[in-house]
Ligand binder design. Structure first.
Ligand code: DQA
Length: 143
């Protein structure tokens, strides 16, 4: 099984971006965490990040065609992108919506998600460790 970990806008700036909210782990550190977790669980993990909505839509099509599960941190697109939702709705394997911060404890506009009702599960507020938990859950579910 291959798990896609897909990240949307501004997540490439982890580490320097509002560290009080998103923590001090860099995006490279996040990639490393995901790869290490995958290796420990015996699953292949492919971690990607884009600031371009169409690119994320294409990656979701790729995951849908491959029947692969997805851990998706769509960043700000979570809150309004119907294009990302429509692409995510095509997935047949589980979709985990993930947020590093607890979006429900922040500005009201972050509490709305166009993804949650089509997601298998939602992880929010566990910091970057949430990615490791999501990957482990997917690996255990498949074994
Ligand atoms: C985020 C929360 C979003 O509201 C924000 O736009 C992000 C990151 C998170 O991981 O906590 O870019 O998805």
């Amino acid at each position: 099984m291959k798990v896609f970990v897909l990240n949307g806008p501004n997540l490439g700036r982890l580490g320097s971006r509002e560290p009080g909210i998103y923590g001090s782990t860099s995006y490279a550190g996040l990639e490393e965490l995901c790869a290490r977790t995958g290796a420990e669980c015996g699953v292949e993990v492919e971690t990607r990040q884009t600031d371009h909505e169409g690119e994320l839509v294409g990656w979701l099509h790729e995951a849908a065609d491959a029947d692969s599960p997805v851990v998706l941190n769509a960043g700000a697109w979570t809150h309004y992108s119907i294009a990302v939702r429509d692409a995510a709705a095509q997935l047949r394997a589980p979709l985990i919506e993930l947020h590093i911060s607890n979006v429900h404890a922040r500005e009201p506009f972050r509490a709305k998600s166009v993804l949650s009702d089509i997601a298998t599960a939602v992880v929010a507020g566990l910091g970057v460790r949430g990615y490791a938990h999501a990957i482990r859950w997917l690996a255990e579910r498949d074994s």
